[in-house]
Design a binder for this molecule. Structure first.
Ligand code: UDP
Ligand code: MG
Length: 140
């Protein structure tokens, strides 16, 4: 399997509870390398643009408010099959369905406040990485 990069976000519910290090340990234990990382606070408009694929869904407005409510940590994870591997480490969107040991099973508070974002495919990963990071910030 090829080396891939994927975009990860540690969401406000997790930064509020000081869980950045515990979540990063899950990535590193799974063999994912954090090759870029920064803590930022999104505006609602920036969150809305990031999640524009969900515009019109009933949860969209609340999701954008939530993502702008406190700092997030945006990061690029690299590794063999990193996109699917990160989705595995994250667990299902709804923590009630997330497998034991996954980030969402251990830390998520609800289907909305579910601690992490991860890209879902190579094309979305490329777009999402470019939304937050310039080439100069990706040193591998
Ligand atoms: N979300 C929500 N309610 C839902 C579905 C999704 O609040 O019924 C939020 C949740 O924070 C989720 C994000 O919208 O992580 C994006 O949804 P998606 O289906 O892409 O889930 P993910 O890829 O994050 O697992
Ligand atoms: Mg998604």
């Amino acid at each position: 399997m090829a080396t891939e990069r994927t975009l990860s976000i540690i969401k406000p519910d997790a930064t509020n509870r000081n869980l950045t290090g515990k979540i990063n340990a899950k990535f590193e234990d799974a063999g994912l390398r954090i090759v870029a990382q920064k803590r930022i606070q999104l505006t609602k408009a920036q969150a809305g643009k990031f999640y524009e694929v969900h515009a019109g869904r009933p949860f969209y407005d609340e999701l954008c408010e939530f993502m702008a409510s406190a700092p997030v940590v945006v990061q690029v994870l690299e590794g063999e099959g990193a996109i699917a591997k990160n989705r595995e480490v994250m667990g299902a969107t709804n923590p009630a369905d997330a497998a034991p040991g996954t980030i969402r099973a251990e830390f998520a508070e609800s289907v909305g406040e579910n601690s992490v974002h991860g890209s879902d495919a190579p094309d979305t990963a490329a777009v999402e990485i470019a939304y937050f990071f310039s080439g100069l910030e990706l040193v591998g």
